[in-house]
Write a protein that binds this ligand. Structure first.
Ligand code: TRP
Length: 338
């Protein structure tokens, strides 16, 4: 067994990835690759909790894996795979479902938000989604989970479920715990929450009702420029030393996340300057950072056999580990094994 600690994270392959996914998630995974045992994957099982077009889901799954590689995830260092190719995620999800309660799942704020859109036909998948996420994490004895702050509550549920299972199925007094209780790593450096450029009180999302609010990693230089130039700020004209509006804060955060600089360092360059400078500079920085990712993604996408070989190797490695864990889980639960 590897002595390195395990880091695991995932993104839904439902749509085109945007700078919120990049700055808030994928970019922060890169530095772990050398020192940790890393698993990164596309959670297609999570994505069907809401309606998906099958052809689009299929394409976007390839695209998301290609994008991870273009962003700097090295398949030789990290295990890169597609969730549905490792069926043990579903097996563990069922065992954990039986340890979870309707009350605690009803308290998940993401569920409360998302379910509102569905009237009286709330998909059951949306409700049990956090249990599947807990299974993703616990299956690999994960120590650290880098996520955005919107996932914090799901991580707390994961920790609760791990402890509950460890107590319910302790092998013998003093014996090894079944699961590792994972630590969340909430990204603080400006990148944790990238807001919509059109309504900076909302998280950047592809389902942004206002066009231009979301900057995709597939956007052309021109499109990126246009979106930043039209970013909503406020009725002021100059950047102040403090008390910024959300729009200005968001632009500074985006710049600080792209440049790996502190929020205050970026802010200090703009105090007393017109908003336009901040917009144009942020646009140019985003253009320079996104262009190589976009070009590399397209190049990788053309080579399906390369992508298939990466996914095959990733699934094989993940399944090997997951199978061992499920054997142990089933044994402790009391199931008769072959
Ligand atoms: N729920 C996460 C999101 O929507 C995606 C996710 C699924 C995930 N399984 C995970 C993230 C495991 C980290 C670890 O962003």
């Amino acid at each position: 067994m590897s002595l390195k600690k395990t880091v695991l994270s995932a993104v839904q392959p439902t749509n085109l990835l945007h700078i919120g996914n990049y700055l808030g998630a994928i970019k922060n995974w890169i530095p772990y690759q050398d020192e940790y045992d890393c698993l990164f994957f596309a959670v297609d099982l999570h994505s069907i909790t809401v309606k998906q077009d099958p052809a689009e889901l299929h394409e976007n799954t390839y695209r998301s894996i290609a994008t991870y590689i273009a962003c700097g995830i090295d398949p030789k260092k990290a295990t890169l795979f597609v969730q549905s190719q490792v069926p043990q995620h579903l097996e563990l999800a069922w065992v954990l479902t039986c340890q979870s309660s309707i009350g605690e799942l009803s308290r998940m704020t993401q569920y409360k938000d998302k379910s509102q859109k569905h009237g009286d036909r709330i998909p059951t998948g949306l409700f049990v989604y956090p249990v599947l996420m807990a299974a993703d994490i616990l299956l690999y004895r994960t120590h650290v989970v880098p996520v955005g702050d919107d996932q914090k509550q799901h991580l707390e549920l994961t920790r609760d479920l791990a402890e509950r299972m460890n107590n319910a199925y302790a092998e013998q007094k003093g014996g090894p715990d079944l699961f590792v209780v994972p630590e969340p790593m909430i990204q603080k450096s400006g990148g944790a929450r990238i807001m919509s450029l059109q309504d900076p009180t909302f998280k950047m999302s592809k389902s942004d009702p206002t066009p231009g609010g979301c900057v995709f990693l597939t956007d052309s230089d021109k499109e990126i420029e246009k979106k930043f130039k039209r970013a909503v700020t406020d009725s002021g004209t100059e950047v102040k030393a403090e008390g910024q509006s959300e729009g200005i804060q968001s632009l500074i955060s985006i710049q600080s996340a792209f440049l790996n600089e502190s929020y205050d360092a970026v802010l200090s360059r703009y105090i007393g300057k017109q908003y336009g400078y901040l917009k144009v500079d942020t646009a140019n920085i985003a253009i320079e950072k996104i262009r190589p990712i976009r070009e590399k993604t397209e190049e990788i996408l053309k080579d399906r056999s390369y992508l298939d070989s990466i996914l095959k190797a990733g699934a094989l490695a993940a399944r090997g580990r997951a199978e061992k864990m499920m054997n142990e889980v089933y044994k402790r639960v009391g199931f008769v094994r072959e």
